[in-house]
Design a protein around this ligand. Structure first.
Ligand code: BTN
Length: 258
């Protein structure tokens, strides 16, 4: 397959200290999250990346399925973060994706709270963070990233109304290798910023397309609406409701209203 990936091509000359220095590649897999979780439980080295060309049972947030046929980018990064950085991992992942898309394609993506990366209102990337605790310590955290890279959305009617791909936006395929390498380098820089006591919250907030917009938030059977006024440092959304009260939304699915 043209532009196919390999562990060696990703690690070669990768400018990172640990993220992506070990890459485990599969041509086809159920879900990179599953394999990453098994490896993390066995103590895989910090920064290990599990990557595949194609997932047969990709997982999304809120128990949704995630379509990742050939041409997608589907990977999971294994980390062992301090518990203090756990809420920042969604910020880190979405920012790393935004920067890699901008740098490699010139497109201008934004972040739809909490961590969907969108281009012109359509989703181009989904992020799933899964972690396990041992007492008060993080046992492991896995950042799962799925990017609609070289897909034709016209082949995927299930999502073609709400999603887009880099290739559809550009009218040509992109180098997935460049995207992945840039993504891993940026993810590590942001992680090192956190470890050095720095903040990535401001940059994440400034890249949100949600703020100032009328939104509807769904979480389980709960639905609420209002103006997305701000985000707190822990990543939660501050929603100004019609009665004037401010609701703090920790998790949910946002629909932007026009
Ligand atoms: C979402 O927007 O609902 C999150 C989608 C996350 C998809 C990625 S693809 C790589 C990793 N493996 C999975 O099964 N899911 C994540």
């Amino acid at each position: 397959m043209a532009n196919s990936l390999s562990a060696a091509s990703i690690t070669e000359d990768l400018g990172t200290r640990f993220i992506g220095q070990r890459v485990v590649y599969f041509p086809r897999l159920s879900s990179t999250m599953e394999v990453a979780k098994r490896q993390a439980r066995r103590g895989a080295v910090d920064g290990t990346v599990i990557i595949t060309e194609e997932q047969t049972a990709g997982r999304g947030r809120i128990k949704r399925t995630w379509l990742s046929p050939k041409g997608s980018i589907a990977l999971s990064i294994i980390l062992y973060p301090d518990v203090a950085y756990l809420p920042s991992l969604i910020m880190l992942a979405s920012l790393a994706v935004v920067h890699s898309i901008e740098a490699v394609t010139g497109l201008k993506p934004g972040i739809k709270w909490p961590n969907d990366v969108v281009i012109n209102g359509r989703k181009v990337c989904g992020i799933l963070i899964e972690s396990d605790m041992r007492g008060k310590m993080v046992d492991y955290a896995i950042i799962g990233i799925g990017i609609n890279a070289n897909l034709k959305l016209s082949d995927l009617p299930e999502i073609s109304q709400t999603a887009t791909s880099l290739a559809d936006e550009l009218g040509r395929d992109v180098s997935r290798l460049d995207m992945i390498q840039y993504l891993l380098v940026k993810a590590e820089r942001l992680y090192l910023t956190l470890q050095a006591g720095g903040s990535i919250y401001e940059e994440w907030r400034d890249n949100l397309v949600t703020l100032g917009r009328q939104v509807q938030v769904n979480w389980g059977k709960t639905v609420c609406g209002g103006i997305a006024e701000s985000v707190a440092r822990d990543g939660s959304l501050l929603l100004r409701q019609s009665d004037g009260s401010l609701a703090k939304i920790v998790a949910g699915d946002v629909t932007l209203r026009h």
